[in-house]
Ligand binder design. Structure first.
Ligand SMILES: NC(=O)c1ccc[n+]([C@@H]2O[C@H](COP(=O)([O-])OP(=O)(O)OC[C@H]3O[C@@H](n4cnc5c(N)ncnc54)[C@H](OP(=O)(O)O)[C@@H]3O)[C@@H](O)[C@H]2O)c1
Length: 310
């Protein structure tokens, strides 16, 4: 039976070091979709984008977006966290171009839970986008939001004290007891889940879908890193409360570089329901047919290999 969704446009991607976009593009190409990349810019010479994807430039004005979305079945937005509100115009253009499915730039904590916006302002912005998407269902645009938790491999590789574990300096900042459980996914899980959503358009229509690779604690993750590296990390301690105050202060002062990373850590270790959702992830993986188990030590080995190469 032919797939309902064949042509997919991914927008927000051209960063040289590639956060989410390049992974999604490569996963979709592997799954057999015809992929177009939409960017405000010319491809960066360092950008790692699958050669099989067509690249289109757009100034993100409404007419340029409608033109770019014509004959596309799905739009996947990987727009930067701080710019998610811009998706309203992008959604309007998708409706006008008769796109069937929109996947908004969520890809993190469980933003389906109402009343938890105090955990971080990022949640509120992302929820507002989904509320807007719901108003477009009657116009024929369906949506799916993917909740993955933090990407354990990507965050460990990125550094900047993310997850409170710095592989390069062999240091850790343990947040509270280090025993708070959190739901986390690897980049292979995130990309496979995204492709699976488009391969199952009916089952995933107009809903949040959750996935995970592991339920971890900071202590369990640090033990795995130390085991694989055969090294003991030096440890400091902080509280989530102090970290939240620091993150809020930095963001208010416009110090995005520090504030963003600190805020991510406060969210990761905030517990249920935003950052711990194993039951929903089991249901989501069942829906998407994702059955392969992953091995944490192998994930850590992959991260170390990438860091050594860089
Ligand atoms: N779960 C996790 O661990 C985790 C980690 C990181 C990110 N995320 C989530 O994943 C999603 C994507 O994040 P990311 O880190 O991949 O984003 P990013 O790399 O910071 O930005 C992605 C792209 O957004 C576009 N963009 C940036 N500012 C823009 C603007 N003002 N107007 C239009 N486009 C703009 C740019 O693409 P062009 O220049 O090509 O237009 C940029 O390369 C977000 O929802 C984020 O919250 C989750």
């Amino acid at each position: 039976m032919p797939q309902e969704i064949n042509n997919v446009v991914v927008l927000g991607i051209m960063k040289a070091t590639g956060n989410l976009g390049p992974y999604i593009v490569s996963g979709l190409v592997t799954a057999g979709f015809r992929v177009t990349v939409l960017s405000r810019n010319q491809p960066d010479s360092n950008a790692v984008i699958s050669a099989a994807a067509e690249v289109l430039q757009s100034d993100y004005t409404y007419p340029s977006l409608v033109e770019a979305f014509k004959s596309q079945d799905a739009v996947i937005s990987t727009i930067a966290t701080m710019n998610v509100q811009q998706q309203v115009r992008i959604i309007d253009a998708a409706v006008a171009a008769k796109v069937k499915r929109f996947i908004p730039s969520d890809f993190g904590s469980d933003s389906s839970v109402e009343g938890e916006e105090h955990v971080t302002g990022f949640l509120k912005d992302k929820q507002e986008v989904v509320r807007y998407l719901r108003t477009k269902e009657a116009d024929g645009l369906s949506w799916t939001s993917l909740c993955t938790g933090p990407w354990v491999d990507w965050l460990l590789e990125e550094g900047h004290g993310l997850l409170g574990i710095d592989i390069r300096s062999k240091t850790a900042t343990i947040i509270d007891s280090g025993n708070q459980e959190f739901t986390t996914s690897t980049m292979p899980m995130v990309t496979k889940a995204t492709a699976s959503i488009l391969l199952r358009p009916e089952e995933t229509k107009n809903k949040y879908v959750h996935v995970d690779s592991f339920t971890l604690t900071q202590n369990l993750l640090l033990e795995a890193v130390e085991r694989v590296m055969r090294t003991k990390f030096s440890r400091e301690k902080t509280s989530r409360e102090d970290l939240l105050a620091l993150a809020t202060k930095h963001l208010e002062e416009g110090d995005y570089d520090n504030g963003y990373y600190e805020m991510v850590n406060t969210v990761v270790y905030s517990g249920p329901p935003v950052s711990l959702f194993p039951g929903r992830a089991i249901q989501g993986k069942k829906l998407l047919g994702l059955v392969e188990a992953e091995d944490l030590d192998e994930v850590v080995k992959g991260v170390l290999a990438k860091i050594e190469k860089s």
